[in-house]
Ligand binder design. Structure first.
Ligand code: SF4
Ligand SMILES: [Zn+2]
Ligand SMILES: [Zn+2]
Length: 310
């Protein structure tokens, strides 16, 4: 299999042909930069908080956001923010890689942990919360992680949170919301999250929106970065995992399935957002913590209260 651009040995086969190492690296980086420009993910005035875990997606988005700023002579302030959920034998390894990477790349790194901010690690909190609510680890983790990222990014003065969500993640989220008829939540997906600008929410942007998971994986390998490819021990427990398996099976049989989901969704997104604008959800400060909530007490505080009562 040879590169369709230069005839050198190919490292990947994509929908539009195969690419060698050097053509893949430039194709991948240009795709990310094009996404940032097309959807105006970064503006000159933005202070950027890169949400990082030390995994392949977050190292890639961290590196390429910095590279983008250098390429376009932007003076935006940028820092990395890691959330330590407290997942034994997993997160400590990825955080070690992250510290190493940030030192090498000369990037400021801030960390925040479930244990310090919410009182318990995920490993400890999960059985207590699950007992009464049947909530799965990924649900608890997602609520707390989004909560801490938003709060910490805003407190540190960030105007955008840059995340490493890739095309696979987004295709999974679209299908999950479709299967569960969550049209309101679906309307908040896309390269820039959120519908109305809310004072308490920091907007989230996704430069890897059009990058397949296998492309991100290959990019990190070709860059020679120290990165863990092991999966979180809880990753197989959620609904998302089953959707992921299904989409991977489809993609293998019918190349381009995931891209097709994204393209169809982007065509529908303006309609979903218009619907949301007509009937906006009421957002008010949580009575416990003051963070944005669509009910009296936010979900993060509700789960925190369960572990405090144990
Ligand atoms: S797989 Fe689930 S529990 Fe593990 S880090 Fe991701 S959301 Fe959290
Ligand atoms: Zn080539
Ligand atoms: Zn709260």
């Amino acid at each position: 299999m040879n590169c369709h651009k230069c005839d050198a040995k190919a490292v990947i086969s994509l929908q539009h042909g195969s690419l060698c190492k050097s053509h893949f690296l430039s194709y991948f980086e240009e795709k990310v930069f094009r996404t940032i420009n097309k959807f105006q993910l970064i503006e000159r005035k933005d202070k950027l908080c890169i949400a990082t875990s030390g995994g392949k997606d977050s190292l890639t988005v961290l590196y390429l956001t910095k590279k983008y700023l250098e390429k376009y002579n932007c003076n935006n302030e940028l820092f990395a923010l890691a959330v330590d959920e407290g997942i034994a034998k997993y997160r400590e390894k990825t955080l070690r890689d992250l510290h190493h990477f940030c030192r090498e790349q000369n990037i400021r790194l801030e960390t925040v942990s479930f244990n310090e901010e919410l009182g318990k690690n995920l490993d400890v909190a999960y059985p207590f919360i699950n007992k009464g609510t049947k909530k799965k680890p990924c649900h608890i983790c997602g609520v707390w992680r989004r909560y801490l990222l938003n709060k910490q990014a805003r407190d540190l003065g960030a105007t955008k949170v840059v995340t490493g969500h890739n095309l696979d993640d987004e295709a999974q989220a679209i299908v999950m919301n479709l299967f569960k008829a969550n049209t309101k939540i679906a309307g908040r997906l896309g390269p820039i999250s959120g519908i109305e600008e809310q004072e308490l929410f920091v907007q989230r942007v996704k430069p890897l929106y059009f990058c397949l998971e296998k492309e991100v994986r290959l990019y990190t390998i070709l860059k020679g970065w120290q990165v863990q490819f092991a999966e979180c021990p809880y990753s197989h427990t959620g609904y998302r995992h089953d959707i992921q398996e299904m989409l991977n099976e489809f993609e293998q049989k019918y190349k381009g399935t995931k891209q097709g989901i994204i393209n169809s969704f982007l065509a529908m997104l303006p309609l979903l957002r218009e619907e949301e604008r007509k009937q906006p959800e009421e957002i008010k400060p949580c009575q416990e913590c003051g963070e944005a909530a669509n009910q009296e007490v936010c979900n993060a505080c509700k789960m925190k209260a369960i572990i405090q009562s144990c």
